[in-house]
Write a protein that binds this ligand. Structure first.
Ligand SMILES: [Zn+2]
Length: 178
């Protein structure tokens, strides 16, 4: 027996373009109207200012990891901060060490659209000596499928994308080879 294949054109999303719809004389009939569903292309260019955080991204483009330090109480943040969370005084920019330790981590099996294709990946909080807060970043070079508590405390170092995208992902951390 010869196999019978159904012959048909491929389906596409395009169909009839609707220019008008019938409209009833009696408005009561509108209650029975089916919903109108349209296809509408949506795309935007988003212009966003980094404002006072700009030096942090300029640092990444120059292979420097910048944090901030309170002018009064010396509390040191592994993040851009205009004012101290502890005492409210202004902060100065400081260069953070490029070596630290994994304080904690998680393996991401799901992510936003931008990162979905990169899952699973490891997101970690890095601790630095003489810095009071942790730095959230990607750790590359460990197998996410073999996550282990042995990773806690592991020494890691910063790596920077050669072509900066001026995004927080311009920096990531890798284990320091012994
Ligand atoms: Zn302070």
């Amino acid at each position: 027996m010869e196999e019978r294949k159904e012959i048909r054109l491929p389906e596409t999303e395009e169909g009839t373009v609707l220019f008008n719809v019938p409209f009833p004389k009696d408005l009561q009939d509108l209650r029975r109207m089916a919903p109108i569903i349209i296809k509408h292309h949506y795309e935007i260019d988003y212009i966003h200012s980094y404002a006072q955080d700009s030096p942090f991204f300029a640092g990444l483009a120059n292979k420097k990891l910048l944090g901030t330090r309170c002018q009064r109480c010396n509390y040191t943040y592994a993040a851009p901060r205009l004012h101290c969370m502890e005492c409210g005084e202004g902060c100065d920019w400081v260069e953070l060490p490029q070596e630290g330790r994994i304080h904690t981590f998680t393996v991401c099996y799901y992510g936003s659209e931008e990162f979905l294709k990169e899952t699973p990946f490891i997101l970690a909080l890095i601790e630095f000596e003489e810095v009071n807060t942790l730095f959230l970043t990607r750790v590359v070079g460990l197998d996410p499928e073999r996550a282990s508590l042995d990773w806690i405390g592991m020494r890691v170092k910063a790596k920077f994308r050669r072509l900066s995208k001026f995004k927080p992902t311009d920096v990531y951390f890798v284990p320091i080879q012994k």
